[in-house]
Design a binder for this molecule. Structure first.
Ligand SMILES: Nc1ncnc2c1ncn2[C@@H]1O[C@H](COP(=O)(O)OP(=O)(O)OP(=O)(O)O)[C@@H](O)[C@H]1O
Ligand SMILES: [Mg+2]
Length: 1107
């Protein structure tokens, strides 16, 4: 179900009146009572037209929740009970939808809740405007600028634990959709005297305490600070801790806020360094020191603090020390240095601290502005929020109060101007006749202060710039001369003074009748504060600092830019900035929040009437109501008015068909409201007197009660009738259902009875038919049986006859066949016996042999000559054939194998065959040689350049070229020799040089001897008496003995046609020169290794040990 929209109004459930315009009668007392009544019921907001009065509740109320934001969002201003959100919503929507720049002016005295109100406005706007990552960041930066500025610009005072000690105006900029883009903050007149001195019970700016409580030990050490507040002269001791305030936690909040706003780490650190420097400046103390000329000169008592400050700020210690002891005055080209006495030195110190801090504060504002500056150049809509000190009336009012009150005068002025202007514009817009409104215009007071020729500020400036001795008294005298006749200026000193006998007006004071009341100002300090002097030596010393932030704060200290002109005075600076502010505000649509402080104790639930009365007076609130009510007290658009009161007249209730205005006319005529009590505007009805409105409201209330009764009556009737109708409908339904059920049941019964009868009849009929059918079937079966028996008898008779006939025919055939066979056998017996047996035997044998061969064909073994497989023989009688077949097959496959050989391979096999014939089963070395191919030329003489000479010396084909060990005949040791066998010769050459050592023609080789064992020793016996034999036979050992002996044998055979004698014996004789030596092979010791060793035992014996 769609949610029903309930139209509400400010007038619903009002406590007192929600809008002071409706107050009847209007006077101070009723005004305060109304505020009090509402305050007691937790209604802290009350309207004066569109102005919101806010009374500080001094406790948190549940009226700022997100649900409340939703309640007030997009609702009409007068629709719900008064709230700061209603004003914020009105301002925001008018900015977004009607493109009107807005400003929200929040005024009130210290502690009245201005800053809180400004934060509420900002947070409401942040909550209702657009969302998104970028927009949220902008919002966050704008909101987080508050804690930073509050830390540096707020302090605990007797009136407020978090008192803003500066004026703040913030422009929030929006794009065409109403999303925030950025902002600009302006600050006004920081109360810098607080840096060096605080009144009793008050504190210095929060940041000092936050730094000392919240900074880590490491940071404190870096800043050479101590945590103890009492160490610092600038921090008053009597109220260092504020109840309910956690300075340490706030320090973290501020650091975090700085980060969010966009301060770099080094910037935040620089700021804290300046704060530390200010704090430490307060600890510099001076002592007098007499000089020769009798004057006192100040000297720094303890230079340690000075040294630390200089280290922290990068200032040359001697420069700063000098700036505290001397003052240089420059005029034209001259420079005059005078020494400072102790009082002047203290003055200089404090001036420096104040300037350093206030300039740091302005720098902070600029830095924040840089961060929150809108990034686009598109046209922006602006909402300004002004949180500025309200009117101040203290016991001792000085220059600051004067300036502040001046600012409030100006604000009051534009308030009057704009409110009246708006009122007037509305009348014109609505076509209502304008009657003059009598009100107090404070322009005359503004003029008294700001007039350029004889205004108080101009006089003060003139006095400050005048040569000669200038004191606060001379300034007062001047005022007395110039302003004495002004009706808002009061002084006792002026000659023709009306106040000569007024003891409440001391001689050193003047009094101004502000629009909000009379204020007495002490002139003491006016000149000094207006001058706001900082000795040039100090600003130059600061400019020389190594600390970039401090240096940038004192641009006038740059000697290159020396300016002999006086800087503008504090008064004129403030006047200029107020003028700019006013200009700015005038271009915007104003919205007012007037804050009121209910008591002096910062306590909830206490409403001190005298205090409130005082504030109402100086805020000019009654004046405000009067201006607002000057013409008509109440106005409302026709539609909501008709909607609200239409029940009061028969013609308009419940629906009015025509235009709303006509409806309202009919309504007012019907109610007989006097014509002079109201006027019809173009879109609104204007009601002159609140009384009329309340009469309407009373009538409405009465009528609503009647209507409620009527509605109740009708509702009850409707409810009873609906109930009756529902019952009747239900009864019909129940009856119908019951009838249906009964009918259904009866039908089921009839149906089942019919079925039973039906089945009985059908059963009886069926049984009858069955009986008949059975009889008929039995008759048919009897006839068939009789016929079958008859046919059976006939068939058997026929079968018998046929069988008889067939037996007879068969007997005839057998007898005939026997007879024929007898005849044939008798004729052919002699031929069969002679041939048939032999033929059958041969045939059988042939079949068997054929089968054998066919089977063998499939069982043939592989073609490898070494394959020993051969299928088994199937029949004994085929034994010899089988063996023969195996032999033939083997020979055949050997031939096949041989046919593959090339000539070279054939030669190799021939050699291998020869070796086998010569050594098989004779020499134990033979089996190992079978697998080795005979290569002959192991030593490649052709390829090795070392043997070129040797190769050149041999012309014949080389059969063997191999390195052998030649056994020394004398001692059995061996030397390597190249062994060469050619077609005709056997040559020995040196292995290294290749030089031929011996050459033996093959014809001179008679025999080769070797052992039967597994060694490579062999002796070559030479022909006795031949040339080669002069040294005796050769004894060699070689790895290729079998091959060498074979090749020697074959070559000798082919060349000399004689078989070489090869002796294989384990003991043989060799001829060494003249001696015959026996070479004996014995079983050697295994431990000498596997190599045979040879040893000459004596003249006759050479022993070879074979392992
Ligand atoms: N709407 C509110 N709800 C609850 N407490 C409030 C409200 N407004 C103000 N206060 C309380 O009053 C105190 C003072 O308010 P605030 O600092 O806004 O005063 P101010 O008018 O700005 O004073 P000053 O001129 O000294 O800066 C706040 O610290 C807070 O405790
Ligand atoms: Mg404040």
């Amino acid at each position: 179900m769609a949610k029903m929209e309930v139209k509400t109004s400010l007038l619903d459930n009002m406590i007192g009146v929600g809008d002071m315009v409706l107050l009847e009668p209007l006077n101070e007392e009723t005004f305060i009572n109304n505020l009090k009544k509402r305050f007691d019921h937790n209604e802290i907001y009350t309207y004066i037209g569109s102005v919101v009065i806010s009374v500080n509740p001094y406790r948190s109320l549940p009226i700022y929740s997100p649900e409340k934001v939703e309640d007030y969002r997009n609702r009409n201003f007068y629709e719900l009970s008064p709230h700061i959100f209603a004003l914020s919503d009105e301002a925001y929507r008018s900015l977004r939808d009607q493109d009107k720049d807005q400003c929200i002016l929040i005024t009130g005295e210290s502690g009245a809740g201005k800053t809180e109100a400004s934060k509420l406005v900002m947070s409401y706007v942040a909550a209702v405007c657009g969302k998104g990552a970028e927009v949220n960041q902008v919002k966050e930066q704008l909101l987080q600028s508050n804690p930073v500025l509050e830390a540096f610009g707020n302090a605990k005072t007797v009136r407020n634990d978090n008192s803003s000690r500066f004026g703040k105006y913030m422009d929030i900029e929006f794009d065409f959709k109403g999303d925030p883009l950025g902002g600009v903050i302006s600050n006004y007149l920081l109360e810098k005297s607080r840096v060096v001195k605080q009144p009793r019970g008050e504190r210095n700016f929060h940041v000092f305490y936050q730094l000392l409580s919240g900074a880590s030990e490491e940071l404190l050490n870096k800043l050479t600070l101590e945590r103890d507040f009492s160490r610092y002269n600038y921090l008053s001791l009597d109220s260092a801790k504020v109840n309910g305030v956690d300075d340490a936690a706030n320090f973290r909040t501020v650091r975090n806020a700085m980060q969010i706003v966009g301060f770099m780490d080094h910037e935040a650190e620089s700021v804290l360094e300046v704060v530390a420097a200010v704090l430490k400046l307060g600890n510099i103390e001076f002592k007098p020191e007499s000089r020769v000329n009798g004057l006192d000169e100040s000297k720094i008592k303890d230079k340690n603090e000075l040294k630390e400050i200089c280290e922290l700020t990068g200032i040359d210690q001697s420069v700063l020390e000098r700036a505290f002891s001397f003052r240089t005055v420059e005029a034209k080209q001259e420079k005059v240095s005078t020494t400072l006495n102790v009082a002047q030195a203290y003055y200089a110190r404090d001036a420096l601290a104040k300037n350093l801090y206030s300039r740091l504060f302005s720098w902070l504002v600029n830095r924040i502005n840089e961060s929150i500056k809108a990034q686009t150049k598109v046209r922006k809509k602006v909402m300004g929020v002004l949180d500025i000190y309200g009117f101040e009336i203290f016991e001792d009012n000085s220059f600051e109060q004067f300036i502040i009150n001046y600012c409030n005068e100006k604000l009051q002025q534009i308030f009057i101007e704009l409110t009246l202007k708006e009122e007037q514009e509305e009348y014109i817009r609505e076509g209502i006749e304008w009657t003059h409104i009598d009100y107090f215009n404070n322009a005359i007071i503004c003029d008294l202060i700001e007039n350029n020729t004889n205004g108080i500020l101009a006089m003060l400036d003139e006095e400050c710039l005048r040569p000669g001795t200038v004191t606060d008294e001379t300034f007062l005298e001047k005022l007395n001369q110039v302003c004495a006749t002004h009706q808002h200026f009061e002084s006792r000193m002026s000659k023709s003074s009306r106040f000569l006998n007024d003891t409440s007006l001391p001689h050193s004071c003047f009094r101004i009748q502000h629009y909000a009341g009379k204020v007495l100002y002490q002139v003491e300090g006016f000149v000094d504060k207006n001058n706001d002097l900082l000795y040039r030596d100090l600003s130059q010393a600061m400019w020389k600092a190594g600390h970039t932030l401090i240096k940038s704060l004192f641009p006038e200290g740059n000697p290159a830019k020396i300016n002999l002109k006086r800087p503008p005075t504090a008064g004129s600076q403030f006047k200029a900035s107020v003028a700019t502010l006013m200009k700015n505000l005038q271009t915007k649509n104003p919205n007012y929040i007037r804050c009121i402080k209910p008591n002096d104790k910062k306590a909830a639930h206490i409403f001190t009437e005298a205090l409130v009365c005082h504030q109402i007076r100086y805020l000019g609130l009654l004046e405000n109501v009067r201006v607002r009510r000057a013409g008509y007290a109440f106005r409302q658009a026709y539609e909501p008015c008709l909607e609200r009161y239409k029940m009061l007249c028969k013609q308009t209730w419940p629906h009015w068909k025509g235009p709303a205005r006509a409806g309202v006319e009919v309504l007012f005529n019907e109610l007989e409201i006097p014509v002079e009590e109201y006027s019809f505007g173009r879109s609104k009805i204007f009601i002159r007197n609140p009384r009329t409105l309340f009469k309407l409201e009373d009538l409405r209330k009465q009528r609503l009660e009647d209507l409620a009764t009527l509605i109740q009556k009708i509702y009850r009737g409707w409810k009873c009738r609906t109930h009756f109708l529902l019952m009747r409908k239900s009864q019909i339904v129940v009856a119908a259902w019951y009838r249906r059920y009964a009918q259904q049941k009866r039908y089921q019964q009839i149906k089942s009875s019919a079925l039973v009868i039906q089945s009985y009849i059908r059963g009886w009929k069926a049984r009858k038919i069955l009986r008949e059918l059975k009889h008929q079937k039995r008759c048919e079966e009897a006839a068939t049986t009789i016929a079958a028996y008859w046919r059976g008898t006939q068939a058997r008779r026929e079968l018998k006859r046929l069988k008889e006939e067939a037996r007879r025919k068969h007997a005839v055939a057998v007898i005939w066949a026997y007879w024929l066979g007898l005849k044939v056998r008798r004729e052919y017996r002699k031929f069969f016996r002679a041939n048939a047996g032999k033929k059958i035997y041969e045939f059988t044998l042939q079949r068997i042999v054929q089968k054998y061969f066919l089977e063998m064909k499939n069982k043939m073994p592989s073609l490898s000559p070494v394959d020993k497989n051969w299928p088994p023989r199937p029949y004994l009688f085929l034994d010899s054939t089988h063996k023969e077949l195996k032999r033939i097959f083997h020979l055949w496959r050997c031939k096949k194998y041989r046919d593959q050989f090339t000539d070279q391979q054939k030669l190799i096999y021939e050699e291998k065959l020869e070796a086998s014939e010569l050594f098989k089963d004779k020499k134990a070395l033979y089996p190992s040689s079978v697998g080795q191919p005979f290569q002959g030329a192991y030593l490649e003489i052709n390829k090795n350049p070392k043997y070129k000479k040797l190769k050149d010396a041999i012309e014949e084909k080389i059969i063997i070229a191999e390195v052998v060990n030649k056994i020394n005949r004398a001692n059995g040791k061996s030397t390597s020799r190249i062994f060469l066998l050619t077609n005709n010769n056997l040559l020995l050459a040196d292995q290294k040089s290749g030089q031929i050592k011996s050459e033996v023609p093959l014809v001179d080789v008679t025999k080769v001897s070797m052992s039967s064992q597994n060694d490579g020793f062999f002796a070559v016996h030479l022909k006795e008496g031949s040339e080669a034999a002069s040294k005796g036979d050769f004894l060699f050992s070689s790895d290729h003995l079998i091959e060498m002996a074979t090749k020697l044998y074959r070559t000798t055979l082919s060349q000399t046609k004689q078989k070489l004698n090869i002796e294989i014996s384990d003991e043989f004789l060799v001829q060494f020169r003249q001696d015959k030596v026996c070479v004996k092979f014995i079983q050697g010791n295994q431990k000498n290794g596997s190599v045979p060793t040879c040893k000459r035992k004596n003249n006759r014996l050479l022993e070879v040990a074979v392992p």
